[in-house]
Design a protein around this ligand. Structure first.
Ligand SMILES: [Zn+2]
Length: 435
């Protein structure tokens, strides 16, 4: 079945993912605070997430869990009492992690606390100040240019107090204890592609994996970027030996081509599985080498942690104009694009689930396939037509050295055909697994 057909069949899920994004969109998230808790509560209506509260002041490697930030409102008013910006219109207006303020300031002073985007004068930029105490507002540059001399009343009704940081986690138990890590960030306020698309995809991916009795155990992390992954890693070092590979999910709802950022090693089973899924997806894609910048893959891939973690997005961060602005909104992400991304992720995991290495039990010349009903279309119980070439490839390369994924890559055939051929050969006792 082609990628586009499957994506169409997945259209209902795309709508469900989009509806989840609509529900989460208004919430003001940050690296700590009630916005994250509220977000995870909503996700919990779909999957049985566990949450961990890590107290302010907890040492996590070279970092410390910060004070908890919460905000109820923020506005700027001019001397005539007219509202210039209001948090109630968009939570992006408040500098994320802004300390509380209630003051009257001159325009000159106010301007030192305003953030705008000259390049996109109608959009509100997203800015944070997690580790430097400051207050501020973000606004459209066009509005900024209209500000007149005079005094302005600034109010940010926020708190920055001892509390905790909230991490969400779901373990989908597989037949094996070996794990695949799936990580997404939960720390951005009203931004759809950057953060909410990843949350939605992980939610529905986890739901479907949980229904499938997988071979691997899947550990989903819904965590704030950087400090969240550092904290999880610091508190769970004993679990790392079990993690075979991982993937960071975000930016999956725009209409750009898929972009895969490889693991630090660059040639792992995950890299091959992702590349194979993309090659056979029927859509364009781009591949990048690992760089120690980006999302949480850079923490998972730090030398002392050394997990093999890639990152699969559509358009990468910073490469679409809407990135970190109010234009990364509900119009920017599309249900069909979310559905298509979910299909690609499902295919990657189907490859990893099905990838094995076998030994041909009849290695001296080809076995007589016709006698075993393998030399024609398999009728009846199987709808999939047996690919003769796949049979020959699997027989020839099942020499204990090549996995099915390697055979798929070498043959240019889709993994699903190779896997199906191997199943047929197993049924005829022509293969045995190498463990
Ligand atoms: Zn971001």
């Amino acid at each position: 079945m082609s990628g586009s057909l499957q994506a169409a069949g997945n259209g209902g899920v795309g709508q469900e993912m989009y509806r989840l994004i609509v529900e989460l969109y208004p919430i003001c998230r940050s690296i700590t605070g009630d916005g994250v808790r509220q977000t995870l509560d909503i996700v919990r209506q779909h999957i049985p997430l566990t949450t961990h509260e890590v107290p302010t002041g907890t040492r996590v490697f070279d970092w410390v869990v910060p004070r908890e930030w919460n905000i109820r409102g923020a506005y700027i008013k001019d001397s005539k009492g007219r509202t210039i910006v209001d948090f109630d219109d968009s939570n992006l207006h408040a500098l994320n992690y802004s300390i509380p303020v209630r003051e009257t300031v001159s325009l000159e002073e106010l301007k030192q606390h305003l953030f705008t985007s000259e390049r996109h004068p109608e959009w509100v930029p997203y800015r944070t100040s997690y580790y430097r105490e400051d207050w501020g507002f973000c606004m459209a540059h066009s509005r900024y240019l209209e500000l007149e001399d005079g005094d302005y009343e600034v109010t940010i009704d926020s708190t920055l107090e001892n509390g905790s940081m909230t991490l969400g986690e779901l373990v989908v138990k597989g037949q094996r204890s070996e794990e695949i890590l799936v990580s997404t960030h939960t720390c951005h306020p009203s931004l759809c592609n950057d953060n909410l698309s990843g949350i939605a995809l992980c939610t529905f991916l986890a739901k479907q994996l949980a229904e499938s009795r997988p071979r691997y155990t899947y550990r989903f992390l819904f965590i704030p970027g950087t400090i969240g992954s550092i904290t999880w890693l610091a508190l769970n070092e004993d679990k790392l030996a079990n993690i075979r590979m991982g993937i960071v999910v975000t930016l999956v709802g725009d209409d750009g081509p898929f972009t895969y950022k490889k693991t630090r090693n660059g040639d792992t089973e995950l890299d091959s599985a992702v590349l194979h899924a993309l090659e056979h997806s029927g859509s364009g894609y781009d591949v990048r080498q690992f760089i120690p910048y980006g999302y949480d893959e850079r923490q998972y891939s730090s030398p002392g942690i050394n997990l093999q973690v890639g990152c699969l997005t559509r358009t990468p961060f910073g490469e679409f104009p809407q990135y970190h602005t109010s234009a990364d909104n509900l119009d920017f992400v599309k249900a069909d694009k979310l559905a298509e991304a979910l299909v690609v992720y499902q295919r990657i995991f189907a490859i990893l689930e099905g990838n094995r290495t076998y030994r041909n039990r009849n290695p001296k010349c080809e076995p007589q396939l016709g006698r075993r009903g393998l030399y024609d279309k398999i009728g009846g119980e199987n709808e999939r037509q047996l690919n003769q070439m796949a049979i020959l490839w699997v027989l020839n390369y099942s020499d204990e050295k090549h996995s099915l994924l390697q055979i798929a890559q070498q043959s240019g055939l889709p993994f699903a055909d190779i896997r199906f051929a191997a199943d047929m050969l197993l049924r005829c006792d022509l293969l045995e697994e190498v463990v």
